[in-house]
Ligand binder design. Structure first.
Ligand code: CP
Ligand code: NVA
Length: 305
């Protein structure tokens, strides 16, 4: 693994190793601190979209491992506008030891990786959010003590987060069901990749069922915004389409009584999730947010150390 751009091309065994490393690094951190695996290393962080979790968790992960990070916001480098992506990749490679990029078009992060001499990590693209999915596997593993044999139900938009979760579940032997309105399914190529990987790992993928059916027997009920960054112009139209896809108390009662609720955040309370569910006893959303940092330490250690 040279870069971390999406999960379909990462071997299942490497993802299992990353999860084990994340568990170790989190325990080490909680016991007093991490050893300086990334002493003297710097991560360049390119953000073309806003961020709270990704930006702070990557910066703190680098700091805890003895390194540092430089934030490059949309106004600063003008990726692909002020300067071409290949040129930015080649210039940055001379200064930093790794690049994390949050972009619109997934092809942009692929092109960065193609031209960079240092590892590139996808911090969210329109297609995928692999760091989120790895952090989420950590959260689920912590709660249940295992991943294999569990069932995760995603309710809402078949977006970047859903796509990466489907792939992560397929790798880790978690059965995945998703309920989306018609026209908002996970893209076909990703579905095919997920089916293929799931087939090898003994898990089941079910696409496009009704929310009540998707969450039945679920151990994890997951949702995300109906309007991702860059889709703001579609907000009104989407609100109508997604009405029946809210994770609320009534829907949650259809899942297993011990089910946990997850959301990558930021949440739009009252839309895809109610306050009562988000702040309720089954919610793990803030543990989930913290785990972004622990999972990313594993990715950074693996790629930059
Ligand atoms: N979940 C997530 O990626 O959050 P941010 O957009 O705040 O980074
Ligand atoms: N699907 C959301 C995730 C935000 C972390 C988006 O892309 O905006």
């Amino acid at each position: 693994m040279k870069h971390f751009l999406e999960l379909a091309s990462v071997p299942t065994g490497e993802l299992h190793e990353l999860l084990q490393l994340a568990l170790r690094l989190k325990a080490e951190w909680k016991a007093g601190g991490n050893s300086p695996l990334l002493q003297g290393k710097t991560l360049g962080m390119i953000f073309l979209k806003p961020s709270l979790r990704t930006r702070v968790s990557f910066e703190m992960a680098m700091k805890h491992l003895g390194g540092g990070a430089i934030m490059l916001g949309p106004q600063e480098i003008g990726l692909g506008v002020r300067e071409s992506i290949p040129d930015v990749a080649r210039v940055l490679s001379g200064y930093v030891d790794g690049i994390m990029a949050r972009v619109f078009d997934h092809k942009d992060v692929v092109q960065l990786a193609q031209y960079a001499a240092v590892p590139v990590i996808n911090g969210l693209s329109d297609g995928y959010h692999p760091c989120q999915a790895l952090g989420d596997m950590l959260t689920i593993h912590e709660h249940f003590g295992t991943l294999e044999g569990l069932r995760l139900a995603f309710v809402g938009d078949g977006n970047n987060v859903a796509a990466s979760l489907a792939l992560a579940c397929a790798h880790f032997g978690v059965s995945f069901s998703i309920a989306t309105p018609e026209g908002y399914e996970i893209q076909r190529p990703v579905r095919e990749q997920a089916y293929d990987i799931a087939g090898r790992n003994g898990s089941i993928l079910e696409m496009r069922t009704r929310p009540q059916i998707a969450v039945a027997e679920a151990d994890v009920v997951y949702t995300d915004t109906w309007v991702s960054m860059g889709q703001e112009a579609e907000a009104a139209e989407r609100a109508g389409e997604f009405d029946a896809y809210q994770v609320n108390g009534e829907l949650l009662r259809q899942a297993k009584s011990q089910a946990i609720v997850m959301h990558c955040l930021p949440a739009h309370r009252g839309d895809e999730i109610t306050d009562a569910v988000m702040d309720g006893p089954q919610s793990r959303v803030f543990q989930q947010a913290e785990n972004r940092m622990h999972a990313q330490k594993a990715i950074l250690a693996r790629l930059l150390a």
